[in-house]
Design a protein around this ligand. Structure first.
Ligand code: SAM
Ligand code: SF4
Length: 324
């Protein structure tokens, strides 16, 4: 289905939970209070909403969070989504802490690809950024995902001033030996995390300079215009390097997505607070037709893009609740 700007909106990112086994400094406060389980979509409610979203025109889903691998019944949920006629692809974004054991069973029920977040290859810094993370365990998760065929494997790194801007050279080096897509992401300021605002953003232009001074010129690769990461390669590299410049050069014109929060709200744009509450009508007995109409209205009302340039900063939620 097209939105009012003619963009075909067909990609749904689903936050399976607001909970997480990390507490990344830029994503959530150390003392975050999670929502009570009863306020979150239950498994049957979630599968029903995905089925109705498919009726409206969505055909790709990505499971995210919070940390999707801490959601109880994850394997059954993926199997349930995979069984919906019209679903073309199920992917997941994860911190990989639990992937060593989970990669294989998840692939077996229908998960096709994973994006794994890794902001540094330095164990101490990794712990400082994630507050709870163990780099060696995450690394084993990455290798398990590759063995399970969850490919092309994408690694995501949010680059944050005074935390990991030096680490991007080591992360970029991974693409020389591994056929992985390494993607560097500009930090998106959300009003709810006071310490990480515009001054913590490292612009993509600076990231490129740092990588090119270590390895020489990046070689551009053809870009499909829908993937938010503009892709490049290091000379002789097996993998690719992408840059997501959500702040300094947003890709709103190519946006094809909306988000479903763990508490059943359709979030129309990541960085704006506009949402459609689906949970309340669903629990009040709304029919499939009513819910489809609400989802379709959400697509129609999708805003053009975020307003960071005008200092409009979304403030109602942290990233783990929205499903970043
Ligand atoms: N827990 C999973 C993970 O970390 O991959 C999935 C959820 S996490 C919210 C999804 C992605 O959002 C991660 O790559 C994370 O680094 C990124 N993220 C979180 N807060 C962000 C922010 N303020 N700006 C940009 N990316 C952010
Ligand atoms: Fe958890 Fe992912 Fe947020 Fe880190 S970025 S706290 S792993 S949800």
């Amino acid at each position: 289905m097209n939105d009012s700007y003619g963009r075909n909106i067909h990609y749904l990112r689903i936050s399976l939970t607001d909970r997480c086994n990390f507490r990344c400094v830029y994503c959530m406060p150390a003392d975050i209070q999670f929502a009570p389980h009863a306020h979150l979509l239950q498994d049957d409610e979630l599968i029903r909403l995905v089925r109705l979203a498919v009726d409206v025109g969505f055909d790709r889903v990505r499971l995210t969070g919070g940390e999707p691998t801490v959601r109880p019944n994850l394997i059954n949920i993926i199997a349930g989504i995979a069984a919906i006629p019209g679903i073309k692809e199920i992917a997941m974004t994860t911190n990989a802490l639990k992937l060593e054991k989970l990669a294989e069973p998840l692939a077996r029920v229908g998960l096709k690809r994973v994006n794994i977040s890794i902001d540094t290859l330095d164990a101490e810094r990794f712990h400082k950024i994630t507050r709870l993370g163990k780099l060696d365990q995450v690394w084993r998760g990455i290798l398990a995902a590759e063995r399970a065929g969850l490919e092309p494997l994408k690694l995501n790194s949010v680059v944050v001033r005074n935390y990991n801007e030096d680490d991007i050279v080591d992360l970029a080096r991974l693409t020389l030996d591994h056929a992985w897509d390494m993607r560097f992401i500009e930090l998106m300021p959300l009003g709810s995390i006071a310490d990480f605002q515009m001054d913590a953003v490292v612009p993509v232009a600076e990231m490129k300079l740092r990588i090119e001074s270590a390895f020489g010129a990046l070689e551009p690769i053809d870009w499909d215009g829908h993937n938010p990461a503009r892709p490049y390669r290091l000379r002789g590299g097996r993998g690719t390097i992408g840059f997501i410049s959500s702040v300094t050069d947003p890709f709103c014109a190519g946006c094809d997505r909306m988000r479903l929060s763990a508490d059943g709200h359709l979030r129309l744009c990541l960085l704006r607070d506009d949402e459609v509450d689906l949970l309340t009508p669903l629990r009040a007995g709304a029919s499939d037709d009513d819910l489809r109409a609400l989802i379709a209205r959400g697509v129609t009302n999708k805003p053009w893009g975020h307003g960071l340039a005008q200092n409009v900063i979304a403030g109602s939620r942290v990233m783990s609740q929205i499903g970043g």
